[in-house]
Design a protein around this ligand. Sequence first.
Ligand SMILES: Nc1ncnc2c1ncn2[C@@H]1O[C@H](COP(=O)(O)OP(=O)(O)OP(=O)(O)O)[C@@H](O)[C@H]1O
Ligand SMILES: Nc1nc2c(ncn2[C@@H]2O[C@H](CO)[C@@H](O)[C@H]2O)c(=O)[nH]1
Length: 436
Amino acid sequence: MKFPGQRKHKHFFPVEARDPRLSELLPDNKPVSGHVCGIDQVLVDIEAHVEPEFLARHGLSRGHSLLLAPERADAIYRELLEQGLIVSEFAGGTIGNTLHNYSVLADDRSVLFGVMSETIRVGTSAYRYLCTTSSRVDLNYLQPVAGSIGQCITLITPDGERSFAINKGMMDRLSPDHLDREQIQSASALVLTAYLMRCEAHEPMADSARQAAEWARQAGVPVVLTMGTRFIVEDRRDWWQQFIRDHVTLVAMNEDEGLALTGEADPLAACDRVLEWADLVLCTAGPAGLYLAGHADEEQLRETSRPLLPGRIPEFNRFEYSRPMRRADCRRPRRIYTHISPYMGGPARIKNTNGAGDAALAALLHDMAANDYHRQNVPGSAKHRARHLTYSSLSQVSKYANRVSFEVLVQHSPRLSRGLPEREDSLEEAYWAGEA
Ligand SMILES: Nc1ncnc2c1ncn2[C@@H]1O[C@H](COP(=O)(O)OP(=O)(O)OP(=O)(O)O)[C@@H](O)[C@H]1O
Ligand SMILES: Nc1nc2c(ncn2[C@@H]2O[C@H](CO)[C@@H](O)[C@H]2O)c(=O)[nH]1
C-alpha cells in the first residue's frame, strides 16, 4: 500500500519502518494487505467527438446514459466508424474506472466482480478491456459468459459534456454464485453503482448487488454507492433514499445527482440531507470543486485553522480537520463538512470531464483503505482509539480527491495511466501540511 499524498514527516505513514517489538505480535513481519471490492457492468468506452446535431439525430439525450437496442447502437457505431470519428476504445464502467484508479494510486489490489467473454479474440472489446486495466485489479473472479461484454459509446460534444449510448451485451448477467463472500467480507470497502439496478427483471445483476451489500453489512465493511446519472435517480427518488438507508455507508454523487436524490440544488444542502441516511457523502460540483460531509464524535472534533466559510450552513467547515466516523460509532454525533475549489483553479483547457468524479471517489477509497491497513498493521495506535472511516481529516481527503480529479482532467481519459508524481514542485508543502 502506497500512502495517499505527500506528508510532512510527522504524518508519514509508519508501517514500513515498523517498531521491532511489533514483530512479536506479527511474526512474519510482513504488513497485512487489504483490498477493495467492486461490482460493475463490464464494458468498454468507445469515445467519439460529435456535434449536438449527432445526438439529436440519433434520439440521444445530452449528459444521459441510455440503454439502446443492439441494432440502434450498431447503426451509431457504424456511422462513427465510417466518418472516422472514433478516437479510442478503452476499458470503462464507473466502478471499473474507480477500482483501476484506486489500484494505480494505492499500488494495491482491488477485486472486480462482473462478466467476461469466455472466448476472446484479439481486437474485440473484451480484449481491449483486459489490455487497458491495471494488473493490480484482480480479474480472477469474473464470470465467464458466452457472448459480448458491454459497449458504451461515449459521445463528447464541444462543451465537454459526455453522453453515453450503451449496447449492453451480457454485462448484466453476473449471478450471485460468482460473488466471493470471503473477498467481500475481508475488504476495506465494497463499491456499487446505481447503474446496476437498471438491469431487466430476468437478469441477475440487481440481486448480485443486493447480496454483496448484505454480506458487506454483516461484516461491517463500508458499502459505497455512486449515483450514475441524475436520470436514474429521478425515476425512483424514494426507492433510492430507502436503499441508501438500508445498505449504504458512503454516497458519491455530483450536484445534479444530489438534486435528483434530495430536491436540493445547493450541493452543501444536498450533502446535509444525505447525512440523514448515510454516514459520509462526497459531492463533486464541476468547476465549483467538491464537498465532503460526514459525522464525528463530539470528543473527536478538531477545529480548522482555515477561514470559516459562508453557505447554506454558516461556517460549515469549522470542524473540517476531524476524521469522519460512522454515525453509529459516535457517542454524540456531530456533522462535519468541507469544501475545496478545483486544484490550481482547474486545467487551462478541459476537453472532457468524463470520469473526474470517479477519480475523486478513488482517492477517498484510497484514504479509507489506508486507514484499515494502518489499523491492522499498527494495532494500538492512538489513531484508532476511536473508530474512524478515513486515515486523514475530511479537509485533507478533499484536497487529495481534488488533486486526483485534476489528473484525470489533464489526461482526457477516465483511467489514470500512472500514479501521482512522488514530488510535485508546483504543490506547495502547505497544500498537504498543517493537519493530519
Ligand atoms: N470545468 C472544471 N473546472 C475545474 N475543475 C473541474 C471542472 N470540472 C470538473 N472539475 C474537477 O473535477 C471534479 C469532478 O468533476 P465533476 O463534478 O464534473 O464530476 P462528475 O460529473 O461526477 O464526473 P463523472 O460522472 O464523469 O465521473 C470536481 O470536483 C473538480 O475538482
Ligand atoms: N457500469 C456502468 N457504467 C456506465 C454506464 N454508463 C456510463 N458508464 C460509465 O461511466 C463512466 C464515467 O463515470 C464512463 O467511463 C462510462 O463507462 C452504465 O450504464 N453502467
